[in-house]
Design a protein around this ligand. Sequence first.
Ligand SMILES: *[C@@H]1O[C@H](CO)[C@@H](O)[C@H](O)[C@H]1NC(C)=O
Ligand SMILES: *[C@@H]1O[C@H](CO)[C@@H](O)[C@H](O)[C@H]1NC(C)=O
Length: 357
Amino acid sequence: MEMRAALSLVIFMVFVRPILFPASGAKETSARPPAILIFGDSIVDTGNNNDVLTVVKCNFPPYGKDFVGHKATGRFSNGKIPSDLIASQIGIKEYVPAYLGIELSAYDLITGVSFASGGSGFDPLTSQLVSAISMDEQLNLFKEYKEKVKAIVGEKKAEYLTCNSAYLVVTGTDDLVNTYFTTPFRRFQFDLLSYINFTVQSASTFIQKLYHLGARKINVVGVPPIGCLPSQRTLAGGIERRCDPTYNKAAIAFNSQLSKETQRLTNSLPKSMIQYVDTYTPLLDIILNASIYGFTESNRGCCGTGTLEVTLTCNSLTTVTCEDASKFVFWDSYHLTERAYEILITKLIQRYGTFMD
Ligand SMILES: *[C@@H]1O[C@H](CO)[C@@H](O)[C@H](O)[C@H]1NC(C)=O
Ligand SMILES: *[C@@H]1O[C@H](CO)[C@@H](O)[C@H](O)[C@H]1NC(C)=O
């Protein structure tokens, strides 16, 4: 144990000090956030659900087929997911560990973790329906995380880290696709636009809580063109498996409200920078122009037959997995392949820089 702690400290001093405390005048190094902290759903969950009693998990083959050692880590894809790809493209680290389930080193902690949980959403009912870790519970984990970091680096440096880290909030898809369109509960209460309003209010409350815990640079990622997910094409796209316009319009309306709300929060919360990140436009481009990007298949997942294979139903016993996932935009009927995520993240970095300004 002591050996391990000592080693972590050495790693910390050698690799992290220059990032945390750039020499004065070294402007270019200070543009890189010292850590990345991630909240949300399966798009950015790097394994938090592995030990949670939920059906939304994927720590079995063929998930992880193209990951290091072909390991199914609980990442919802064949390889790396946006958490890893963003952290590595902005120069923090190669992989972002899940906060739960594995022993984390001091280095792991102070360079950032993911609190995200597959199946979660801004609407509290969304995580409840599948026993995922709710957004509020993710904030509780963040509080616990902050104490751990304080114990490692001391109060002052911990404050510096909290204030200067890049925060990423990626959820909302399950609110629309699962909770609103699939289950009846919310449709009894709300028409679509009122539900979107309710969900965006809930997103706003989450962002404000995160701000009050010390976060300043918060990137809030909008929802993708959900009408073009293979699952929705199967349900509503007819024999040609077209994108479903109703679902896509819902995504556009949600994004528009979320974007307005982030602007309003930036203006009202002192020293905050709350940035809406549009994934709808670049992802629609990748899906509809798939061949330009070298994909041969964009309307069904690599894992499965194109119907409803997600997690439990995309496993090595029940479905076939394509030979070469890099030819597919979608990995299963819901999540992208590593290669599609990589193209998407490259586009986002081109547009939003290091997610810091
Ligand atoms: C959203 O809800 C709030 C509070 O319930 C209400 O004041 C506002 O007018 C609603 N906005 C829209 C666009 O429906
Ligand atoms: C597809 O690519 C063309 C050419 O680059 C571009 O004009 C068009 O906007 C793209 N489609 C989408 C949906 O982005």
